[in-house]
Design a binder for this molecule. Sequence first.
Ligand code: SF4
Length: 351
Amino acid sequence: MNRDLKDKTLEELEKVVVGLGQKKYLAGYLFKFIQVQNGREIGALSTLSKAFRAQLMEQGYFIGRLKVVDVLTDPDGSAKYLFELADGERIETVLLPEEERRTLCVSTQVGCPMGCAFCATGRIPFRRNLTAGEIVDQVNTVEEHAGRITNLVYMGMGEPLLNYDAVLKSIRILNHSAGKNIGIRHTTISTSGIVPGIRQLAEEEVRPRLAISLSAPTDALRGKLMPVTHKYPLAELLEAVRFYQANTGQRVTFEYVLIDKVNDSVTHARMLVKLLHGLMYNVNLIEHNPFSGCEFTGSSRERIQRFASALKDAGVETTIRFRMGRRIKAACGQLQAGYHPRERRKQVQAE
Ligand code: SF4
């Protein structure tokens, strides 16, 4: 059993506390100490008796903590955190402050098994899933450094729906009214298109927003960019989206990474509109962000605007996400946690 108390929902903490012969309400003190006050040591929780604190520690319970290895900040205000996990693995997390909104882009896996051609993380072999506690602590630690987080996107390293249980548990912890209370409507899971995960999510009582990385209007092109298409072709993916919408009544966001002269023509935009006909959706257009060894270049502003106009002319709500954090390699698809040969800072400075 995982003895990290940060990895536990309030209900799970209650079971731990009762199991140790203590009153259930004491779990509330533990939850608040860990999730609101960012408490680090069980010994420092003075609202619990000394004897109970000692009992918890004797039983091997602890409060997990990520180690901050490095923080890079961009003049645009974004910041990229490099964390080391207890077993020495590394992940990155990105803070994106925009006016009132302070969004944290969290990682869910070390490396990623999906291999999307336009993404640096996809070049890192999958190493392991994160625990819910390791996901939650990305938020706790960044809050300690940089203040309150208002929005969460599960869009960092890894495919969230392949680490389903830990992702949902972390959302329950972070959304809990006795904890950080980060709004469920301010929480987004972004998937490359894991069909069973989308269907499972459709039946949850907890309802984060859903974003799907699409990036091409045909299986042939998408298969070249996103190998997941071979397993879950577009027809199957969109059937799952229809099921999701029938169950939840929620619209979804389709993300589309624009790559120069690969998927960014007006014809591609029109094919996309046709493909998504009948769904409730909006589109986020994302400039492709370069990284070392990547064969693609990002579309020009002019091509992006033309693509966006074609969508808007067809009545599609469309947002262009111009890259934040580009100078520190913190933009979409650029996270690699120093797993590539060159050192992190050197790489940022050289490119
Ligand atoms: S885009 Fe997401 S799913 Fe695809 S390789 Fe990168 S991290 Fe993995």
